[in-house]
Ligand binder design. Structure first.
Ligand code: AN7
Length: 357
């Protein structure tokens, strides 16, 4: 069979810890579009070229698939029978799907009542054993770490280095598509695995002569869940962007290293700013991303308003990572716009409603 795109492991095999005999578990993840966003760019700054790395178009609807294809492949290679993760939703959706494909048992710990509907549906339909913890994500992750240290169950949170290895391939794709690294990469930050992975990817691509420059990283956290920005653990994180409702990121240190080495910065965006960007993306560019993803765009809008890009000479290229699909969280979409009006089933009623007469 001649596959058009065989997934990230086969495509970037030379950059990943696999051998000829590694049993690759893939859903043909990766090769996500880099969508130009000219209307949004124009609103932000005159000298901006803006692109959206639409990671919601991965098989389970988020960037987690890149890390999970490798984490599950390596778990299978090592002879593991079961994997576990704590999750704000997307990791559990990916873990459940790839585990199903690999024939592994999958256990997921979810903070009770704090998971978007689509993500919960995914974990359940793929046959994971789902346990709701009456606490927050950070507590669930602490439990998962302790259990996987004591029992023969493989942890597939991003503390697992294979997750980072897989996720770095998104940086490769951006360089391949643009023909160079962008000037800036804007990315939402939760547990901080993805910003770590992107930085690793951009660096390796440059070291291996596949790109010639490095981007500056712009990380964004939700204002009520911004431990890295505040410089302290947030015991009770709050935000409607449930994917990044994380108060004690596992990859905190490596995120700070990436920010420092790339001459980047991390800032916070409020829930109102996130929703504004979320609606603008959908209505002005036709791109539906979940609220956490819109944090990257909200951050770039905020920097634009402060004159950040205008102060730079010449054209500036910015890639915003849209980490998850908008359909993950349908409740939020409906809540923040107007629900449809209801009319009787007649032409006259619809014409009247549309003010056509
Ligand atoms: C849509 O699924 O942590 O900074 O358990 O789902 O690498 O954690 C999700 C994180 C951004 C933050 N956008 O990435 C999980 C989980 C979306 C996400 C992030 C997440 P990291």
């Amino acid at each position: 069979m001649n596959m058009r795109w065989p997934g990230i492991i086969e495509t970037y095999r030379d950059f990943l810890p696999v051998t000829e005999t590694t049993p690759v578990v893939s859903l043909q993840e990766g090769a996500t579009p880099l969508v130009p966003a000219p209307l949004l760019a124009e609103k932000i700054a005159g000298n901006l070229s803006l692109f959206l790395k639409y990671e919601g178009l991965n098989p389970t609807g988020s960037f987690k698939d890149r890390g999970m294809t490798l984490a599950i492949t390596k778990a299978k290679e090592s002879g593991a029978k079961a994997v576990m993760c704590a999750s704000t939703g997307n990791t559990s959706a990916a873990a459940a799907a790839y585990s199903a494909r690999a024939g592994l048992q999958c256990i997921v710990l979810l903070p009770k009542g704090a998971i978007a509907l689509g993500k919960l549906a995914q974990a359940l339909i793929h046959g994971a054993q789902v346990i709701a913890v009456d606490g927050n994500f950070d507590q669930a992750l602490a439990i998962a770490r302790e259990i996987t240290a004591a029992y023969p169950v493989t942890l597939v949170n991003s503390i697992n280095p294979f997750r980072i290895e897989g996720q770095k391939t998104a940086a490769f794709e951006i360089c391949d598509d643009l023909g160079a690294a962008p000037d800036f990469l804007a990315i939402p930050v939760g547990n901080a695995g993805n910003i770590t992975a992107y930085w690793k990817g951009f660096q390796e691509y440059k070291q291996r002569g596949r790109s010639t420059s490095l981007p500056r990283l712009l990380g964004f956290q939700a204002a009520g869940s911004a431990p890295i920005v505040e410089g302290k653990i947030i015991e009770h994180p709050k935000t409607l962007a449930t994917a990044i409702k994380i108060g004690n990121p596992a990859s905190w240190k490596s995120a700070e290293t990436a920010l420092r080495e790339s001459n980047g910065q991390i800032a916070k965006v409020t829930d109102d700013e996130i929703i504004e960007a979320y609606k603008l993306l959908a209505a002005a560019e036709g791109v539906f991303a979940e609220p956490a993803s819109a944090a990257s765009v909200a951050g770039v809008i905020k920097l634009g308003r402060a004159g950040f890009f205008q102060d730079i000479d010449g054209n500036v290229s910015v890639v915003c990572v849209l980490t998850g699909h908008g359909l993950k969280d349908p409740d939020r979409a409906i809540q923040c716009v107007r629900e449809p009006v209801v009319v009787p089933p007649s032409v006259a009623a619809v014409v009247n409603e549309l003010c056509l007469s």
